[in-house]
Design a protein around this ligand. Structure first.
Ligand code: RB5
Length: 143
């Protein structure tokens, strides 16, 4: 079973806890890098743990949650080989997988309700990359 890495800051910890529980109940293996409380932390510290776990092949995909999802997506996309997509809808998430082969889903806990976030995550984990012309474009990202 392939592992899914999770990270969040204080703004995202409740949403992370909710979706980690759902994924574990569905039989997914979760690598939870925290944080796990409302105590203030800095989102780049958690983005780095999730991105490094993907780059060193501990995890296949990751989920990063902060208040808006913006800080996490900025932080994650600084890592070569990470394609982080900040999604607020199922349609965006589906296209982030099909066209962009996104390997990190970023969510904004203060923007996106739990139900939508879970629907996005379900789509993220189940949608394949289409390859072909999109693979050519993705190859141009990591130069
Ligand atoms: C924390 O207050 C907030 O700035 C952070 O969660 C995130 O939204 C940053 O992009």
């Amino acid at each position: 079973m392939e592992e899914i890495a999770f990270g969040c800051d204080h703004a995202g910890h409740s949403l992370k806890a909710a979706i980690v529980e759902i994924l574990q109940a569905r039989g997914f293996k979760v690598l939870d890098f925290g944080t796990s409380s409302a105590d203030l932390v800095d989102y780049p510290d958690f983005a780095s743990r999730v991105c490094e776990s993907i780059l060193n092949q501990q995890a296949v995909q990751g989920v990063l949650i902060c208040g808006t999802g913006i800080g996490m997506s900025i932080a994650a996309n600084r890592y070569k080989g990470i394609r982080a997509a900040l999604c607020t809808s199922v349609q965006q998430t589906e296209l982030a997988r099909r066209h962009n082969d996104a390997n990190v889903l970023c969510l904004g806990a203060r923007i996106t309700d739990n139900e939508t976030a879970i629907a996005c995550l379900t789509t993220f984990l189940s949608t394949p990359f289409e390859g072909e012309r999109h693979a050519v474009r993705i190859a141009k990202l990591d130069v």
